[in-house]
Design a protein around this ligand. Structure first.
Ligand code: SAH
Length: 259
């Protein structure tokens, strides 16, 4: 299930109810910490990073033993999150999974509860940069070959998509962002507006506006999402705006709102 960006105010009521009903909560320590006030009676199994398979397997095993388990994932569980891995493991092990209300005989029942992903949280902080077609690309080459990432960046840049960069940089992965900016500069103006949001809806939130040529890589870390505008994106009064096309097609209301 999904925890949203961090602040419990952005946690869906459905997700809150699932946490409340859970007997065991399994998750990455940082995310478990975000929901600490809600963990009043559940058993908690928190693990470190890179323990993803262990975490999912533990959640599956506990569920098969009859426990109500909440496997928590930051943002949306279905976007670079845990939902896919759980289902992949079930598929690899040939387990029969289905919804709680399904009539089929199952090894375990499972529901994916959605949440606010970082791209929506970040976009909200920046204004309205995702009003037209966009592509989300993770720069983490731990599981995806760099050539594939680079090809996708190139294709998205060529097609004038707004581009959302997930996992832009970590302590060990520090050169990828610069390489991506170089690819983008081959297809887009150096003045293209870029928005950076670190720790959206979490303590220590930072919002930065920049341009492609001046993108401040030193402000980027593991908890940053970057949104690169398309050829139409502009900045106005501290908001990043990608026009949808309304004002080109229909007349804008007069100033003052009278019509
Ligand atoms: N499932 C998550 C994404 C997990 S991948 C989601 O739906 O958002 C982890 C990456 O997401 C981070 O490296 C960062 O790029 C981004 N991210 C997650 N939460 C964020 C937040 N609160 N603020 C900014 N970026 C965030």
């Amino acid at each position: 299930m999904s925890l949203g960006p961090g602040d419990v105010d952005y946690l869906a009521p459905k997700a809150q109810a699932a946490l409340e009903a859970a007997q065991v909560v399994v998750g990455y320590q940082t995310y478990v910490d975000f929901i600490a006030p809600l963990l009043t009676h559940q058993q908690v199994m928190a693990t470190g990073m890179k323990a993803e398979i262990k975490r999912c397997q533990a959640a599956i095993d506990l569920a098969r033993q009859g426990k109500r388990v909440a496997l928590v994932s930051g943002g949306d569980a279905g976007i670079y999150g845990m939902a896919g891995l759980v289902l992949e493991i079930c598929a690899a092990q040939g387990l029969k999974v289905g919804h709680l209300d399904s009539n089929r005989k199952m090894d375990l029942s499972l529901e994916v509860i959605p949440g606010i992903p970082a791209l929506a949280a970040g976009a909200a902080r920046l204004g309205a940069p995702l009003m037209h077609d966009f592509a989300a690309i993770s720069l983490s080459d731990l599981l995806t070959p760099w050539e594939v990432i680079q090809r996708r960046v190139e294709a998205a840049a060529q097609a004038d998509f707004v581009i959302v960069l997930y996992n832009p940089k970590s302590k060990k992965r520090d050169w990828q962002l610069k390489a991506v900016v170089e690819v983008l500069l081959c297809h887009r103006s150096p003045q293209t507006p870029v928005g950076l949001v670190s720790r959206a809806m979490r303590p220590g939130e930072e919002v930065t506006f920049s341009t492609l040529e001046e993108l401040p890589a030193q402000r980027v870390d593991m908890q940053t999402i970057i949104i690169v505008g398309n050829s139409q994106t502009f900045q106005y009064n501290g908001y990043l705006i990608t026009p949808r096309g309304y004002l080109g097609k229909y007349q804008a209301p007069d100033q003052g709102g009278a019509s």
